[in-house]
Every structure is written in structure tokens, then in C-alpha cells.
Ligand binder design. Structure first.
Ligand code: AMP
Ligand code: ZN
Length: 494
């Protein structure tokens, strides 16, 4: 019997704006798609928060016994600034700036993203498809949308006809907008564009000569629009209707709105049952964003090397800090809040570790079964991790009372408490047992060394040889030897 048959999970659906009882389309199996990173720079902690929010969802669904197919893409082409109106492709821009091939940029930042996710102990998705690997699928979708009469070609580019679509569907239903209002607000822009209407969005863009990431298509040598890749990859791997689609709140409009329009134009049905949106991590009250410089990078947090910090924090503590807020609430980053989380985290881990040494009694003064259901109730209520963590602290308080002999626990209850704490701390929240001074496990060590190798590569690319040599020498002192080869740097333990 699977756990999900005993637990009633409800999820807040951004589309219906209500919490809905979760019932997957195919009983026992869940299809989930989450928009992945655009790999032209290092992910910052804000990006990490969104991906960790969905790691929690993935982990809990798995814990409940569902078979989950989790698809998270890599955007390696087509995500233009200004949504394609006049902007550049940030990957190409970076490639020019760093004198790299665009695919070297993609590789460098994909590797960084994977290293960071591994350090956070996030599970890899089941499929991680790339936009450039699905150009044919994207062209096929454009053809279908054109056949249905919802797109038009102009000078080798193809645009989605939002006005036409809105005659039979509602463009704006996810973000709560009306097309008439959008049109009224953008009237002046219309004349400068080859689009019929400023709200129309690109499905295919003809490439200018300097745009080297280009593919042949029936319309021109060019590249697909950003919104299209997610429709292509989600329907390819999850079908024309699937259970959950997630992303950060800032993707709701226009990205997800456009995804709905494309899929409805193509297949005549709503693609997603539940839309989930994770809220933003802010810094000094403003959205953490690379473009404004208002961001902290994961390795700055793990090393403490940032003016806003006075010490380093481990990835698991940072993750615990994030999960102390609900994924739909804004969370402001501060070192004081992190320090409070760190204390809490160690208190919890200490309590968990002392379970083995607890004295067993005939009876318990704590209702473990009710407490355990309380943990599930928290997660069943739209993945309410702060309430879950409060429950875990309740258990820690009780454990400490047993140690101080002001409470008692039976052997049977002790077992249940142990297994439940283990499941929620490590399987569901995905925390790692790093009590102060604890030795790292090999997984963490590997991730850390790979992160240092990436940092050293960056230092060398910037001709900062003092830093790159320091990383190599100090690792050598710790018994970790780096070896540079033609396929990159590897390491061995002395
Ligand atoms: P991008 O690489 O810009 O496409 O962003 C990757 C993911 O990070 C998207 O789901 C964004 O919504 C999310 N994101 C960007 N900034 C933040 C932030 N400050 N807090 C939380 N999530 C963010
Ligand atoms: Zn997307």
C-alpha cells in the first residue's frame, strides 16, 4: 500500500487560485515540468531557491510513493532580452565577451549549475533536455500552430497571433490579465515592429548575420523563441496534458502564459493541471537578480567571501533557512536570519543523533502517532515546510525532555519517532547531517572539489594565477592532487 493512498495532498494552483486536492492524471504516476536555468552566468541564490522549492515537491511526491517523471530543461538558446523585441541572446553576448564558443558558455554554466545543485543535495531531474536538442520538435509545433491559424510569418520570422487566439481562448488567464488592457497600455509601440500587435510573441526569429546560433527552418535560418522550447519539451516527455508545471513567480507572465497559448493553439486542450509558482528570494527587500548586481552566489555563501557575510554557511544550513519559509512567500536573505537557522538546524540534528542513547520506558508522555500525522498534514497542505519544521522542533523539544528525564518514551514509539524524523529530515527535506566538526561524506567532498576546480578555471580564465595556484597548492596540502589534462581537470586523493 502506497503512502499516497493514506495522505490527502492538496496543492495551490496558480491557475484556479485555490488549493486543490491532488489527483494525478494517471493514478500513482506524476508528470512534472519545471523551467530550468538559462545558462549564461552562474546561478545565484535566488535561482537556487526556486529549484530547491521544486526539489522539495519532487522529494515529497516520491516519498508518498508516486512514480515521478520530473523534467527540468536547460535553456541554451533563444532566451532573448526584452522578450525578443530588440534584445540580444545573453549566451551569445557572453560568448563574445569571453571569446568562447556559445556552447562553451553553455557547458561552463551548466556544469556550475549541476555542481551547485549537488552541493545543495538536490536530486537530479529524471530528464534534463536542452532547447538546442529539440529544434525539430519546436519547428513541428510552429507548423501545427500555423495550420491552426494562430501564427503568421513576417520577413522570415514567425509570430503567435495573440489577438486571433484571444477570440476563442483567453490569453492572460494565468496572470489574471485581459488582452484589451494590455493593448491599451502598449499602443504607441505597435508601429515600430513587424508584429501585427505588440502582444504577439516570436515563435521563430530570423537570425541576423552575426547571430551564430542558427538552424534551418521552412521560414529562414534562425532560432526558436524562448517560450516554445518549454512547450516542445514538456509535451514530448510528459504528453499534451500533464500534472504539474512549475517555475519562479516571475515566469508567470509572459513565459507561462505563452506556453499555455502555444499548447492550446496546437492541441486544443489546456496543457497543465496544476501551475505552481515559487516566490522570490530578496536581498535588502529587492528581488535577487544578476542583472542589477543585487545577488549572492552560492560559493560566496559557502566560503563566506561576501561583504554581506561574516562567516561561511554550509549548503544544508542555507537550504534549511530557505525551507523555514513557505515556497509561496517572499523570503528576504540576511545573515542574522541565516545564523538563527544554523542554530536551529544544529539543535535539530543533535536531538536526532541523541535518539540512540535515549532510555526506553514502558509508556510515552508524547503521542508520536499524532505528531507524525502532523508532519504529513503540514506537507499535505501545499508543501508547508515551515509548519513541518516547527513539528520537527516539537519532537526535538520532547527528545531533550526525555534526556533530562522529565518525559518518557516507549521502545515502539522511539522506533517510530526515529524513522519519521529520518524520513522528513533526510528524504523529504533532503538535509545532510553536517553537525559542527563532522567529516564530510564522499559525495560532498567530490562536489566541493569540483566546485573548487570550477573556481580555479574561472580564475585562470581571468588570468588571476595567484588565486588558481593557491587553490591547487592548498588542495595539495590537504592531500587532494589536481591534474590538468586536455579534457579538463581531474583530482585524486593522495
Ligand atoms: P533564469 O535562469 O533567469 O531563467 O531563472 C531560473 C529560475 O530562477 C526561474 O524559475 C526564475 O523564476 C528563478 N528566479 C530568478 N530570480 C529569482 C529570485 N530572486 N528568487 C527566486 N527565484 C528566482
Ligand atoms: Zn519554461
Amino acid at each position: 500500500m502506497n503512502l499516497y493512498e493514506h495522505q490527502e495532498l492538496s496543492i495551490y494552483n496558480s491557475l484556479s487560485k485555490t488549493k486543490e486536492k491532488f489527483e494525478p492524471i494517471h493514478p500513482g504516476a506524476v508528470g512534472m515540468y519545471v523551467c530550468g536555468p538559462t545558462v549564461y552566468s552562474n546561478v545565484h541564490l535566488g535561482n537556487c531557491r526556486t529549484f530547491l522549492s521544486f526539489d522539495l515537491v519532487f522529494r515529497y511526491l516520491k516519498h508518498l510513493g508516486y512514480k515521478v517523471r520530473y523534467v527540468r530543461n536547460i535553456t541554451d538558446a533563444g532566451h532573448l532580452e526584452n522578450d525578443g523585441e530588440s534584445g540580444d541572446d545573453p549566451i551569445l553576448k557572453k560568448a563574445r565577451l569571453e571569446q568562447l564558443e556559445p556552447m562553451e558558455v553553455v557547458q561552463k554554466y551548466s556544469v556550475d549549475f549541476h555542481n551547485v545543485m549537488r552541493l545543495f543535495n538536490a536530486l537530479p531531474p529524471s530528464i534534463e533536455p536542452t532547447a538546442t536538442g529539440h529544434i525539430i520538435e519546436q519547428i513541428q509545433i510552429i507548423e501545427k500552430i500555423m495550420e491552426a491559424g494562430f501564427a503568421y510569418e513576417k520577413n522570415g520570422s514567425v509570430y503567435f497571433d495573440v489577438v486571433k487566439f484571444n477570440e476563442s481562448n483567453h490569453y492572460g488567464k494565468l496572470s489574471g490579465r485581459q488582452l484589451e488592457d494590455m493593448i491599451a497600455n502598449t499602443r504607441e509601440l505597435a508601429a515600430q515592429s513587424e508584429k501585427k500587435n505588440p502582444q504577439d510573441f516570436a515563435l521563430w526569429k530570423k537570425a541576423e548575420t552575426q547571430h551564430i546560433m542558427r538552424w534551418p527552418s521552412p521560414w529562414s535560418d534562425g532560432f526558436p523563441g524562448w517560450h516554445l522550447e518549454c512547450t516542445a519539451m514538456s509535451t514530448k516527455y510528459l504528453g499534451t496534458q500533464f500534472d504539474i508545471h512549475g517555475g519562479g513567480m516571475d515566469l508567470k507572465f509572459p513565459h507561462h502564459e505563452c506556453e499555455i497559448a502555444q499548447a492550446e493553439a496546437c492541441n486544443n486542450e489546456s496543457p497543465v493541471n496544476i501551475w505552481m509558482h515559487a516566490n522570490m528570494l530578496t536581498l535588502n527587500g529587492k528581488k535577487m537578480a544578476k542583472s542589477t548586481g543585487n545577488s549572492i552566489l552560492p560559493h560566496e555563501l559557502f566560503s563566506g567571501e561576501n561583504d554581506l557575510l561574516n562567516k561561511a554557511f554550509s549548503p544544508t544550513v542555507a537550504k534549511f533557512f530557505m525551507y523555514q519559509a513557505h515556497y509561496r512567500s517572499i523570503l528576504d536573505f540576511s545573515k542574522d536570519a541565516l545564523e538563527a537557522s544554523e542554530k536551529g538546524f544544529y539543535r535539530l540534528i543533535q536531538a536526532y543523533k541523541s535518539l540512540d542513547s535515549l532510555e526506553k520506558s514502558k509508556t510515552s508522555t508524547f503521542d508520536v502517532e499524532t505528531w507524525r500525522q502532523g508532519c504529513y498534514d503540514a506537507m499535505n497542505d501545499d508543501f508547508n515546510s515551515p509548519i513541518l519544521i516547527a513539528q520537527l522542533f516539537e519532537a526535538a523539544k520532547f527528545i531533550n525532555s526525555v534526556k533530562e528525564e522529565s518525559a518518557t518514551i516507549s521502545g515502539e514509539d522511539l522506533q517510530l519517532l526515529h524513522s519519521t524524523l529520518h524520513a522528513f529530515l533526510f528524504d523529504v527535506l533532503g538535509l545532510v547531517d553536517v553537525s559542527e566538526g563532522n567529516e564530510m561524506d564522499t559525495n560532498q567532498l567530490g562536489g566541493t572539489v569540483e566546485l573548487l576546480i570550477t573556481l580555479r578555471d574561472q580564475a585562470r580564465a581571468n588570468k588571476d594565477f595567484a588565486t588558481s595556484d593557491r587553490i591547487r597548492d592548498q588542495l595539495q596540502d590537504l592531500g587532494i592532487k589536481l591534474k590538468d589534462g586536455k579534457d579538463g581537470t581531474t583530482y585524486s586523493l593522495n
